[in-house]
Design a protein. Structure first.
Length: 296
C-alpha cells in the first residue's frame, strides 16, 4: 500500500520568525516548546522512513503574510534539492480586493497546486485564527476564491462545525474550485451534541461535490494519538463523504508533541482496516494524487 501524506506545518527555515524568539503563545495544540525550532527536510525524511510514504504536499505554515512568495520559493528550491515535497499549497490573502496579483506571483513556482487562507474562528480565543467568524460568506472572499479556477488550483478550507453552512455556501459559489477540508472539519466538541453538530455540518459540506475531506490532525484537541478516537472520526467522515473524497494527511511536526510519524501512520492504517481495498487506496493514495495532481 502506498501512502500519500499531506505533510503540512513543516517548520522549515523559519529561525528569523518572531514566534521562535518571542514568548510562547497559547496554541490550539497545547504547549509546544519541543518543536519551537526549525524542522529541516532531512528530519522530516528521517521521520517518515520505513512508513511507505512516497509523496508529500506542503501546506503553508503562516510565514509573515508579506513573505508568502518567499515561502513558496523556498519550498520549491527545497524540492529541487531534495526531491521532497511534491506539491505546494501556498498562502494568499483572499480578503484583498483582487487576489490575482498574488496568485500570479505564486504561479512562478511549478509545484504550487492550491492556496490556503485559514478561515476558522471559534468562541474560544485559544482556537481562534480568523479575525471574525463570517469570512466564508464574505463576498470578497468568495469572489477571490473563485478566481483559483483560472489557475487550476484548489483551496484548503479550514473551519469549525458552526462555520460549515457558510463554508458550503462558499463551495457552491465556486463550483469550479476543489475545496480540501482541513482536519476532517476539526471536531473539537466531543460531547454527543457537539458530535451531532459536526456530523450535520459535514453532511452539508459533503452535499457540495467539489469538497473533499482531509483525514489529518485528529489528535489536535485530545493531544494524543488515540486509535478509538481516530477510527470514529474516519468512519464518520468516510460514511458521509465516501472514501473517494477522503485523503490522509499528517500534521507534522505538530504531532511530534504526542507521537512519532511511524506510530501515526500505523494508527491510521489500523483505523481503516474495515474498509475495502479500493477504499483504503483512495484514502491513502488516489484522492490525493487526483486533487493535488501528483502524477503517476
Amino acid at each position: 500500500m502506498i501512502d500519500i501524506v499531506d505533510a503540512h506545518h513543516h517548520i522549515w527555515r523559519q529561525a528569523d520568525l518572531a514566534w521562535l524568539s518571542g514568548p510562547m503563545q497559547p496554541r490550539i495544540f497545547g504547549p509546544y516548546e519541543p518543536i519551537r525550532r526549525d524542522y529541516p527536510i532531512r528530519e522530516y525524511l528521517d521521520d517518515l522512513a520505513g512508513t511507505g510514504v512516497v509523496r508529500s504536499v506542503y501546506v503553508q505554515t503562516n510565514w509573515p503574510v508579506d513573505r508568502f512568495e518567499d515561502e513558496a520559493a523556498w519550498v520549491q528550491q527545497t524540492a529541487a534539492e531534495h526531491g521532497w515535497p511534491h506539491a505546494i499549497v501556498a498562502y494568499a490573502d483572499f480578503s484583498v480586493d483582487d487576489v490575482r496579483p498574488q496568485l500570479d506571483r505564486l504561479a512562478r513556482y511549478p509545484l504550487v497546486r492550491g492556496a490556503r487562507m485559514q478561515l476558522h474562528w471559534h468562541e474560544n480565543p485559544l482556537y481562534r485564527f480568523a479575525a471574525r467568524p463570517g469570512l466564508c460568506a464574505d463576498p470578497t472572499i468568495r469572489r477571490n476564491v473563485a478566481r483559483l479556477a483560472d489557475y487550476g488550483w484548489s483551496f484548503d478550507l479550514q473551519v469549525f462545525a458552526p462555520q460549515m453552512a457558510d463554508a458550503a455556501g462558499l463551495a457552491e459559489a465556486c463550483p469550479d474550485v476543489t475545496f480540501v477540508l482541513q482536519h476532517a472539519g476539526m471536531p473539537e466538541d466531543l460531547s454527543p451534541e457537539g458530535r451531532a453538530a459536526w456530523r450535520a455540518g459535514m453532511a452539508r459540506l459533503a452535499s457540495c461535490p467539489n469538497v473533499v475531506s482531509k483525514l489529518s490532525g485528529l489528535g489536535t484537541f485530545i493531544h494524543r494519538n488515540e486509535l478509538a478516537h481516530i477510527r470514529e472520526v474516519i468512519e464518520d467522515t468516510v460514511n458521509i463523504f465516501g472514501a473517494e473524497r477522503c485523503l490522509f494527511g499528517s500534521n507534522f511536526p505538530i504531532e511530534k508533541l504526542w507521537t512519532s510519524y511511524r506510530e501515526l501512520v500505523a494508527t491510521y492504517r489500523a483505523a481503516t482496516v474495515q474498509f475495502r481495498g479500493e477504499q483504503r487506496d483512495a484514502i491513502f493514495r488516489t484522492t490525493a494524487m487526483r486533487v493535488y495532481r501528483l502524477g503517476s
